[in-house]
Design a protein around this ligand. Structure first.
Ligand SMILES: Cc1cc2nc3c(=O)[nH]c(=O)nc-3n(C[C@H](O)[C@H](O)[C@H](O)COP(=O)(O)O)c2cc1C
Length: 75
């Protein structure tokens, strides 16, 4: 199975980070493919700006959409 693991925590050694890494490693050991999206590491800003809303289908968020689509595909 293809999975997208979305992780959002600012601290590399937090409990949440350990859980996320353990989940990724365990799933991969089970033969699954895991794409881990680390929102803090990439400086993701959840606020949608006016410019982004007006260019809704041509913004940098398109890369995230592709990763979601990949996780939903069966191949
Ligand atoms: C972006 C973010 C969102 C969070 N959202 C929630 C939440 O909705 N409910 C909650 O109980 N804790 C929330 N937390 C707190 C985490 O669950 C908390 O980090 C957890 O208790 C584990 O501790 P840690 O900070 O060492 O990972 C959030 C933390 C972060 C960074």
């Amino acid at each position: 199975m293809r999975l997208l693991l979305v992780f959002a925590h600012p601290l590399e050694h937090s409990f949440a980070a350990v859980v996320a890494r353990t989940a990724k490693e365990t799933l991969e050991a089970g033969g699954h493919s895991v794409d881990m999206l680390e929102l803090y590491r990439e400086g993701f800003d959840p606020r949608l700006t006016e410019t982004e809303r007006r260019g809704y289908h041509s913004t940098k968020r398109k890369a995230h959409l592709q990763r979601i689509r990949q996780a939903l595909s069966k191949i």
